[in-house]
Write a protein that binds this ligand. Structure first.
Ligand SMILES: [Zn+2]
Length: 310
């Protein structure tokens, strides 16, 4: 049997010091040492669970729960316990905002129990195979079949859960090529998945289609949803406002607008980093999971990969 704790340590060691020279802050990833799972009520029937990988939202319906993302696999028992201590109804539907392991950790436990798992079709594609995330020098094994999404979608739509209308939208490749965000209309809350890291440079997984231009477009798509008072559960970081999302969009767009001409001039990654494309943003955004030089490297590589693929 695999030692999951050891796997987790290795994953974060790889994240912290992988081939790309990454420097990540572990507590911001909610890991090592494990931070407690905390529940925050956003409305009477919508709850944010933080502290276990990506942020998790749980919508409480009349006879069951709708869960968005599921943290890390090794903490899924702890997560599901804290959810059931808040509301004893069973989880009826699980939604994956994208394929990354810090968001799909409850898939196997809930899938085995017969819970439907909904996700963009590319989530199943990546979870069904071995994937190497080059930026992190990390290979992720496929999930067992019980954990794979059972309700795939392409573009998005809306669903009724109890009396709640939930809109879900797949965007063009951004953080990965499998991202979707959700809008809980009656609660005026968006769950962005990793289309939005609140307060620090985002991870961009160019090995599975992510690129910085798509991150800008993804932020713009979410800015059009709801109104000025809409609150946003980001993939990582604290609960956010539209102003927080706009600030992130503007930072990402500025970095993209600086890197794109360098790409068109044929500059290497090292030349792009030497141009210090994030310099004036680093004080505010560079103290989180992605150190400035790492973010610049990942962002520039993502542009190279994107243009090579189209
Ligand atoms: Zn992610």
């Amino acid at each position: 049997m695999r030692n999951l704790n050891s796997d987790r340590r290795e994953f974060f060691r790889a994240l912290a010091g992988g081939a790309a020279g990454l420097s990540l802050s572990w507590p911001l990833f909610g890991q090592a040492p494990a931070t407690p799972i905390q529940a925050t009520k956003l409305t009477e029937k919508l709850v944010l669970f933080s502290g276990d990988g990506g942020n998790i939202a749980v919508l409480i319906g009349e006879d069951g729960l709708f869960m968005v993302d599921g943290g890390f696999a090794e903490r899924s028992g702890e997560l599901l316990n804290s959810i059931s201590s808040l509301d004893s109804h069973p989880v009826r539907l699980l939604f994956n905002t994208h394929w990354h392991m810090d968001h799909v950790g409850a898939n196997v436990a809930l899938g085995k129990a017969g819970v439907k798992i909904m996700a963009n079709e590319n989530v199943k594609k990546w979870l069904s195979r071995k994937v190497t995330m080059e930026a992190f020098n990390r290979t992720v094994d496929p999930l067992p079949a019980e954990g794979l999404p059972t309700v795939p979608f392409t573009k998005g739509g809306s669903l009724m859960f109890g009396k709640n209308i939930v809109q879900y939208t797949h965007v063009d490749p951004a953080h990965t090529d499998s991202d979707a965000f959700l809008f809980f209309t009656g609660h005026n809350v968006i769950h962005s998945g990793d289309l939005f890291f609140n307060g620090f440079y985002p991870v961009i997984d160019y090995s599975t289609g992510g690129w910085i231009g798509g991150m800008v477009a993804g932020a713009e798509a979410m800015l059009k949803v709801g109104d000025a008072k809409t609150r946003i559960v980001p993939g990582h970081g604290p609960l956010a406002s539209k102003d927080d999302l706009k600030a992130t969009r503007d930072m990402l767009d500025a970095v993209y607008q600086r890197l794109d001409p360098l790409y068109k001039q044929g500059r290497t990654v090292d030349e792009a980093i030497a141009a210090a494309p994030t310099k004036d943003f680093d004080d505010k955004w560079g103290k989180g999971m992605m150190a400035p030089a790492v973010f610049a490297r990942v962002a520039y590589t993502s542009i190279q990969r994107h243009y090579a693929a189209v």
